[in-house]
Design a protein around this ligand. Structure first.
Ligand code: NDP
Length: 398
């Protein structure tokens, strides 16, 4: 029985709070803190059991440390924005409390999607006897666990992976992003990188496209290659992997809007002068786009996120496809959020359960593929995200 402090009351924070409240056997006390306390209170009001709320500026280490000292949690779940990862890790070090997040630290002025800032905390976390679990969302997160499962139980040697993220849902809006628009648009407009023969190969953003036939009645959709942060840790920790690519579906309509926004400069993340004030165009764009939280009641359809791992088994080439299907409307009925927030928030809670029950616990800073995947997946299914494994099959080389 442990107390948990959740930081961030956005789409993912809402799911994490609901899901922790469903497991009072583990999360006996829950505090939800964020920049705007009224958002925490609105989430707390949706839940039948008591949730404490607090206001905190997670860019401020002293404020965070004071909050942690006051609340005395066993674990801090960071579902604020990637900009706050290091300040929250610093506050956890100062107070000797475990840490978990769902996205790598990002500097505000350049889109990097790199782990080195957080990996640099390894020795300090070890010395303090505390643990940080990095990237416990779906991708990164469950996709790392699926890759580890392919390596542990399905292939003798994983040589190639294709991580494929399909959102086959529709919200009926002309243009909206399914999670924080600033982070989402930074990700999809960044140059593409994939791993091949020991190095990163750069290509144009979303320049490589295929059609992929998705399971569970979803059918063929266009997938576009892009960089995604989990590839960095996966190829480091599973060094047999010679090729790693990440693919995401985008509708023609989404791409049409994105191209115009990019061409007119609205996706820039550097400051521009406007009426004597400095503004960042992408932050302004976020302010005029639909709030991802408002899409929950509107979104219908499914997501399908998974990994095709290819390699050797008994000396022969073999493929395995491991994926999850999640239904937007079912998520909304359960926790008042669409599947993008749900597929991120549920693995965050499962990661927290792994840490608090000691199934995955060791001092230091770790990525998801560094622990036993089966222990995680045993809990993930009953928490709402079942895993499908198709062992052997002939999916096209991408
Ligand atoms: P939202 O924008 O919906 O929510 C972010 C929350 O963080 C808001 O409540 C915001 O407060 C709060 N916040 C921002 N800055 C601060 C600050 N300085 N101090 C305190 N609170 C702050 O984002 P999402 O819920 O969609 O995403 C949350 C995280 O999940 C992000 O890091 C995102 O990258 C990650 N993610 C990971 C995925 C995965 O699969 N691994 C997939 C999707 C998201 P306010 O309301 O006041 O603005």
């Amino acid at each position: 029985m442990s107390k948990v402090l959740i930081i961030g009351a956005g789409g993912v924070g809402q799911v994490v709070t609901h899901k922790c409240a469903q497991r009072r056997d583990i999360f006996s006390e829950i505090t939800l803190a964020s920049r705007t306390q009224s958002k925490c209170d609105a989430i707390a009001a949706q839940i039948a059991t008591p949730i404490a709320t607090a206001q905190v500026d997670a860019d401020n280490v002293a404020e965070l440390a004071a909050l942690i000292r006051r609340e005395q949690p066993k674990l801090v779940i960071n579902v604020a924005l990637p900009y706050q990862d290091l300040t929250i890790m610093d506050a956890c070090l100062e107070t000797g409390v475990d840490y978990l997040d769902t996205a790598n630290y990002e500097p505000r002025d350049t889109a990097k999607f790199e782990y080195h800032w957080q990996w640099a905390y390894q020795e300090r976390f070890k010395r303090a006897g505390i643990m940080a679990l990095l990237g416990s969302g779906f991708d990164p997160g469950v996709t790392n666990v699926y890759t580890a499962l392919a390596a542990k139980s399905h292939l003798d040697e994983v040589q190639e992976i294709d991580i494929i993220d399909a959102n086959a849902g529709s919200h009926g809006q002309p243009f909206a992003t399914n999670f924080n628009p600033e982070i989402n648009i930074r990700e999809v407009t960044a140059p593409c990188r994939h791993w091949e023969n020991g190095q990163w190969i750069e290509s144009g953003a979303l320049a490589t496209k295929h059609s992929f036939d998705f399971p569970d009645g979803i059918g063929p959709m266009n997938i576009y290659r892009m960089y995604h942060e989990e590839m960095e840790s996966i190829v480091k920790h599973i060094p047999t992997i010679k090729k790693a690519q990440f693919w995401m579906t985008f509708s023609d309509n989404y791409l049409k809007h994105l191209e115009v926004l990019q061409n007119v400069g609205m996706t820039r993340i550097d400051e521009v002068e406007y009426n004597g004030q400095k503004i960042v165009p992408l932050q302004f764009l976020k302010a005029v786009l639909p709030d991802p939280g408002s899409l929950g009641p509107l979104t219908k359809g499914k997501t399908c996120i998974g990994v095709i791992a290819r390699g050797l088994k008994g000396g022969k080439r073999k493929q395995v496809y491991i994926y999850n299907i999640c239904d937007h409307e079912a998520c909304f009925r359960e926790v008042k959020s669409q599947a993008i927030s749900y597929t991120t928030g549920v693995p965050a809670v499962v990661g927290a359960i792994m840490m608090l029950t000691g199934k995955w616990h060791k001092p230091g800073v770790w990525n998801m593929e560094q622990f036993d995947p089966e222990l995680f997946l045993e809990v993930l299914g009953p928490m709402g995200l079942p895993t499908v494994v198709v062992d052997g099959g002939e999916w096209p080389e991408l």
